[in-house]
Each structure stands twice: as structure tokens, then as C-alpha cells.
Design a binder for this molecule. Structure first.
Ligand SMILES: [Zn+2]
Ligand SMILES: [Zn+2]
Length: 758
């Protein structure tokens, strides 16, 4: 094959190139160009030697980036000359294990592709109705990887020896399962079983057994890709109520799996962007406006305007959905506030008494991953919970991390982040670090990430809050440099990191609570920030939070604190005060005396107060519930907005009490909750825009970053963003990185690196 002008090159490809069919793709590309040589994996990516005419080698090298397979993310291709050796053909050579893990990336799990689905439905195919079919373009990845480099022996599929037929597909460069590590079939791969509540096998086809249980109103635990789910039929009100009761009075909305996009369209209003997200490779839960006549029980998502829907993303989910021909609830297999169960024995133990039956299999899950949750904002995805299908894809940066960083995240909705080179790996959703199980899941997750990405952290970033378990974990690490990052600075930095923007910007960080640099609880902050540092340029007016944590659980207490601030002694006789008249005076006294009543400028607590005053929600069952329900009530036709004064000074203060007072007056005048919710959202947004205008004039800055969990609220986000754009500010909003505390670890990591560079 080597002619007179033949050259040989040594190529390195870095990025997300393992487990995505990259080596077979290189073989195909080499064949198409008549190039000889070999390709293999090593711990830092893919290595290639290629020989051919110079022009042919150029085309081959260009194709490595330009024609890469759908799941690949090529970040760097480097080429160096080598001595021609002649020879013909192109082959895959064994992986090289001998080097230090440096840059190999593990791809996220991918939903079943169309070709695998066709086989699943084809009675003539040897994988007809096989629940574990997968290929180079789809199937489990991150959740089954035990180490690097990505090869079958470093996945939980190492437990299964390939049969001759699978081995042939695996070894055939022309086959779509060429080097697909989880390849398997009914003869050699994992098997499905249905188990009764007592753990004993149930006779019959497991999918059929589970379908009958569901049709009989039972709760079924289903082992999925990243853990166990609990399922009931979505239209079955008593079954949904039973599931809620058994999950210890869980009150969060449940997600619903619809058999296909057409069925999803009978549940929610899908715009083209939502439909694209629903059917895309990660297969997240998509939040979309619920149809009035949606065939789901009210108890699935009480009080919510939106419904979370997803499509089947494994063959097993497809088989069950096709058999039932009806949507089913699919919610994390856990009790309220615990992490998702994913190890078989533990799941059977923890879910005993919750599930009436189990649909299980013998492919081990190495890393747990909850379903991801996304909304649509201006036709783009707004990731609310970034987990299965997204993690652990890297967030690329225009900057380098001088030393490897571990960022431990916050307390609620925790994720962590490990970073090296110019890549940051944000973990899957861990959960609220408030129990031993969640903390263990966090610590195991950190170890797993450090192993599969070859990171030994030299710098460890954590929140300022000394009582967060993530902070305690950071301080227990020995031989590292610790960097404490203020919560809202980390939020703004996470938004800057997603955009590759180094600042300075005006950052609006609105969330529940985070410890401020002055020791009070912040949450309605206007920062002038870059990646290194920030100044608190403005904030929402602060009020006492009577009872501390009790005020978080009971939004009516925030109403009491605000109304007392506005009206003083005079109890306004509002419905909210009447509903709580027995405790109201004591709560007011507590706030005035500052007894267990920390001051807070939190935007989340402001939403709580207005939600309680408007009669939407007095007591919550999960974080952010009152704000979510207030958003859901917004009357889109309302054009009014409550006024709020700006109190000049350093920092600038937004007189949030004006908004609360106006809402209370509207309640007294009999205005409905929908109009109150709209006037509050529009008034708060207008006040933020005016405050930013003042700060822009003072600093000359023209770019604004919006972050914090309150900006999951797309009504507020749209009002603030469009208001700022009318003032000709450039506005940075989140898309792939959550605005809430699930994104904060990324911000901590880049702030730590920026300070490490100094
Ligand atoms: Zn496939
Ligand atoms: Zn097989």
C-alpha cells in the first residue's frame, strides 16, 4: 500500500473518544481513504498510526474531527511524523494500560437508538424483545464503568462472557456493534427476573408479570440504567396515592414515562424544542405545560402547571411501555431525601415495604445516576438536574486548571466537580447532604470520579458554610490546599464558566440561602464579580427569618416577618394571619427580638412570603415548592407590576418589602392569586433591571450573569433577561449547567483555579 511518496504519522486524539465507537470509526475512515496502520485506546484517549500519501493522510486527519460518531466529543488532535514501515490494512490493537490515567473520558449513558429498537421489535432478530440490546451508538456507559481505559473488562459487563455470535459482531469492523463494550444477547448477556415482595421469583415472562402487577394497582420497583425506580400506572389515582404514602408522604411531582412522543403529546403541550429534548440522546425528563385533559391522576403532580415527561430510554422501558400502552409514573427508588437505590441487595432491603414487586436484572450498576430534569427557555434546554445522560461529559473551558481541583459543592441538590487541564467534570446529582447515605454516596462518587478521570486533587474548594457536610468533607482531606468560595460568587462563576467568560460582570444571584461574607444569610444578591473575587454591590432588603430552618419549611413565617416589618403593630387581618393566628404573635415577637431569627436577603424566602400571602402555599414539603407553585399561578395576561423603591448606597438595596406590601393590599382587595403572582414577578424583575442599570452606570459593565435556583423560574428569567436586553445589556443565562445548587461545584472549581493562578 505504501507508494513512493508514502508518509507515516502518529496521531493522538483527546476528548470524549472512548466508548463512543471511535476506534471502529477510525477503521472505517482509514478504509475509505486507503490508509494503513492501527488504532487503540490508552488512558489518555486514542492513539493512531497511519501511513499513506500525504494528501490522503491530510483528508484522513481532517475526517477524525469532521466525521466523528454522534456520541464523540473530539477536543484535540495532535499529529507528529513517524518512520514509514509499509504494510497494508488497518486494525484495532489492544489497549495500552501501562500509562498513568491522564485524559480518557467516559461518555454519558445514551438512550436506545432507532436501529436497536427495530431489532427489539423484529421477531426474526436474535435480540427480539431482548431488554439489554445496545450498540456503539447507544446503551449504558458511565453507570457501568469501573475504571479506565474504557474496555469491557473495565465495566460491569466483564461478568458476562460473549457468545460466539456476539464476539463476531464485536470483532467485525463492518458491524454496528464493532467494539461496543456492553454488547450482549439472550444467549450470553444479562437476564430479567420478576420477584415478588418476598424476593421470590415470580413465574412467567417478567415484563408481562410486571405489567399485570401495575394494571392491578401495585407499586413495582424497576431496575433501570442508573438505579431503581418505583412505578405505578399514571392514570391510577389510588396507586399514585399509595406510592406517595409509602415514600413517606413524598410531595414532589412525579415524572411520567410515555410510550412515545405522540403519547407524550397527549400529556403535555410540546413545542419543537421540548420535543427535540424529549427524543434526544440523553433522554431527560422534560418539564412542559400539562394538558387539561392529560390522562394522569391529579396526585401525580398536585399544584403544578407543568408535568415532567420522558420517553423510554432502555429496551426494558420500551418493552414495558409497549405492553402497557399507557403512561406510567417512574420516580426514583428511594424514600424521601435518600439517594437513589442502585445496588441489588440494598435496593431490595430499602424498598421492601414500598414495592409490591421487583423487575430486576443481573447487570450491576457501578455508579448511580438519577434521571436528569430539563425545562425549555427560549427554545434551548435549561438543565435543572444534570445527571443521567449528561454526566460525566466535561464542561470545556478556555482556561487551564494549573493544578487538579476537587470542588465539593453545596449542601442541597449536591453535585461535586473534579477538574484538570482545561476540563471540568461535574458529577451526577448526589442529593441533599443531610443523611449518612447521601454523604456516603458523595464520598464514593468523589473517589470514583478521581479514579476514572485520573485526578489527584491538589486544591479542594468548598462553600463558606462551616456546617455543610461538603465543607466538613473538604476540611478532612489531608495534604491539599483548601479554598473557601462564597456561595453566590460560585453561582455567578458557574454561569461564567458555562459561557467561557472571565468577567468582570454584574451577577444577579437569586436563590434560597447561602452564607454571606458578613455572616448573614444571603440569597438576593447583585455582585460585581470576576472569577477571582467579587464585591456585594446590591441586594434585596433583609428581614428576620423567624425560627431559622422552621421558616424555610413554613413560608407563612416569612409572611409574618415581612408584614410586621411593613405594618408594625397593626395585624393586617389578612387571611394568612388568620390561618395561623395562634402562632402568629409569637412568631412576630421572635422576629422583632431577633431570637433564632437570622437576617436574610434571600429571594427564595421573598417568594415564600408572597406565596403564603397570596394563599398559594403556607407550608412546604420540598425545597422551592412555594416558589414553584407561585410561578405556576402566574396569569400570563396580567400587565401590572408592583413598584419597588431602590435605596441608594453601597450596597444598593431593593426595597422588597414594597412588593410584599402591594401583594397584601391586593389580597385585601380581593385580587386573585394569578394576578398577584404576575404583578409580583413583573415588579421584582423590573426592580432588578433598574438596580442593574444603576450598577452598570457606576461600573461601566455591560454584561450580566443570571444564576441561582430562583432562575429555574422561567417566568422571572424571561422578565429579567428581556428587561436587561431592552437596556442593551448582554445577558448570560444557564443552559447545560444548572442555575441551582447543582451547578455550584463548577463555580467553586473555576474560582479556586483563578485564585490558584495568582
Ligand atoms: Zn443502538
Ligand atoms: Zn451473545
Amino acid at each position: 500500500m505504501s507508494g513512493t511518496g508514502a508518509r507515516r504519522i502518529r496521531v493522538r486524539v483527546e476528548g470524549l473518544v472512548q466508548g463512543v465507537g471511535f476506534r471502529p470509526f477510525v477503521c472505517g475512515l482509514a478504509g475509505a481513504h486507503g490508509v494503513s496502520g492501527f488504532v487503540g485506546n490508552d488512558p489518555s484517549g486514542v492513539f493512531i498510526e497511519a501511513e499513506g500519501e500525504p494528501s490522503v493522510l491530510d483528508a484522513f486527519t481532517a475526517g477524525l474531527t469532521g466525521q466523528a460518531p454522534p456520541l464523540a466529543l473530539v477536543e484535540r488532535v495532535s499529529v507528529e511524523p513517524a518512520e514509514p514501515v509499509g504494510g497494508s490494512g488497518f486494525r484495532i490493537v489492544p489497549s495500552r494500560h501501562g500509562e498513568l490515567p491522564g485524559g480518557a473520558l467516559v461518555s454519558p449513558d445514551a438512550g436506545t437508538c432507532a436501529a436497536c429498537l427495530r431489532e427489539l421489535r423484529d421477531p426474526g432478530d436474535r435480540r427480539h424483545r431482548y431488554p439489554f440490546a445496545n450498540c456503539t451508538d447507544c446503551g449504558p456507559r458511565f453507570t457501568i464503568v469501573t475504571g479506565v481505559p474504557y474496555d469491557r473488562c473495565a465495566t460491569t459487563m466483564a461478568d458476562f462472557e460473549m457468545c460466539a455470535a456476539c464476539a463476531r459482531e464485536y470483532g467485525d469492523p463492518g458491524d454496528r456493534r464493532f467494539h461496543a463494550q456492553p454488547v450482549c444477547c439472550p444467549a450470553c448477556g444479562p437476564a430479567l427476573r420478576a420477584l415478588g415482595a418476598d424476593g421470590r421469583p415470580a413465574a412467567g415472562d417478567p415484563v408481562e408479570v410486571a405489567a399485570r402487577w401495575l394494571e392491578a394497582g401495585r407499586v413495582v420497583a424497576i431496575k433501570g440504567l442508573g438505579g431503581y425506580h418505583l412505578a405505578v400506572l399514571a392514570a391510577d389515582g389510588p396507586a399514585v396515592a399509595l406510592l406517595r404514602a409509602r415514600k413517606r408522604r413524598e410531595s414532589r411531582p412525579f415524572a411520567v414515562l410515555a410510550p412515545d412522543a405522540a403519547a407524550a403529546g397527549t400529556l403535555v403541550h410540546l413545542d419543537p424544542a421540548a420535543e427535540r429534548l424529549l427524543t434526544g440522546t440523553p433522554h431527560p425528563i422534560v418539564l412542559a405545560p400539562r394538558r387539561r385533559d392529560a390522562p394522569v391522576a391529579d396526585a401525580v403532580a398536585p399544584g403544578a402547571r407543568d408535568l415532567g415527561v420522558m420517553l423510554p430510554y432502555t429496551p426494558l422501558h420500551h418493552l414495558l411501555a409497549e405492553r402497557l400502552a399507557a403512561p406510567y409514573v417512574l420516580t426514583s427508588g428511594n424514600l424521601t431525601d435518600e439517594p437513589i437505590a442502585y445496588r441489588d441487595e440494598e435496593a431490595l432491603r430499602r424498598l421492601a415495604g414500598v414495592a409490591d414487586g421487583f423487575l430486576v436484572h443481573d447487570r450491576r450498576i457501578e455508579a448511580p445516576a438519577d434521571d436528569s430534569l430539563v425545562r425549555v427557555f427560549r427554545g434551548r434546554e435549561l438543565v435543572v438536574r444534570r445527571s443521567r445522560g449528561y454526566a460525566p461529559a466535561p464542561v470545556g473551558m478556555p482556561w487551564r486548571f494549573p493544578r487538579p481541583v476537587l470542588a465539593c459543592g453545596a449542601q442541597l441538590k449536591n453535585t461535586f466537580c473534579v477538574a484538570r487541564g482545561n476540563q471540568a467534570f461535574l458529577s451526577q446529582h448526589i442529593g441533599d447532604l443531610e443523611s449518612y447515605e447521601t454523604l456516603r454516596s458523595f464520598a464514593e462518587g468523589v473517589e470514583h470520579f478521581c479514579r476514572i478521570f485520573g485526578v489527584r486533587p491538589a486544591v479542594v474548594a468548598h462553600d463558606l458554610h462551616p456546617e455543610y457536610l461538603s465543607t466538613a468533607y473538604a476540611r478532612d482531606r489531608e495534604g491539599v490546599d483548601l479554598i473557601a468560595v462564597q456561595h453566590h460568587h460560585a453561582h455567578i462563576a458557574s454561569c461564567l464558566a458555562e459561557h467561557g467568560h472571565g468577567g468582570p460582570v454584574i451577577g444577579v444571584a437569586f436563590d434560597g440561602l447561602g452564607l454571606g461574607a458578613d455572616g448573614t444569610l444571603w440569597g438576593g444578591e447583585l455582585l460585581v464579580a470576576d472569577l477571582v473575587s467579587f464585591t456585594r454591590a446590591g441586594h434585596l432588603e433583609a428581614v428576620p427569618m423567624p425560627g431559622g430552618a422552621a421558616a424555610v419549611r413554613q413560608p407563612w413565617r416569612m409572611a409574618a416577618a415581612w408584614l410586621d416589618r411593613i405594618h408594625g403593630d397593626a395585624l393586617p387581618g389578612l387571611a394568612v394571619a388568620e390561618r395561623h393566628r395562634e402562632q402568629w404573635p409569637a412568631v412576630v415577637r421572635m422576629a422583632r427580638a431577633g431570637l433564632n431569627s437570622p437576617l436574610t436577603s434571600s429571594a427564595g424566602r421573598l417568594f415564600d412570603a408572597v406565596a403564603a400571602i397570596a394563599g398559594v402555599r403556607d407550608v412546604i414539603g420540598y425545597e422551592g415548592q412555594a416558589a414553584a407553585e407561585l410561578e405556576a399561578r402566574v396569569d400570563p395576561g396580567e400587565r401590572g407590576a408592583y413598584p419597588a423603591r431602590l435605596i441608594e448606597g453601597e450596597p444598593l438595596v431593593i426595597a422588597a418589602g414594597d412588593l410584599v406590601g402591594a401583594a397584601a393590599e391586593d389580597v385585601a382587595a380581593g385580587v386573585d392569586a394569578g394576578r398577584i403572582a404576575a404583578r409580583f414577578h413583573r415588579g421584582l424583575a423590573a426592580a432588578v433591571v433598574r438596580a442593574v442599570r444603576v450598577l452598570g452606570e457606576g461600573t461601566g459593565l455591560r454584561t450580566v450573569a443570571l444564576s441561582g435556583g430562583v432562575f429555574q423560574n422561567t417566568v422571572l428569567l424571561e422578565a429579567v433577561a428581556s428587561g436587561l436586553e431592552r437596556e442593551r445589556f448582554q445577558v448570560l443565562v444557564h443552559s447545560r449547567v444548572p442555575p441551582g445548587d447543582g451547578g455550584i461545584a463548577l463555580g467553586q472549581a473555576v474560582v479556586a483555579a483563578a485564585n490558584d493562578r495568582l
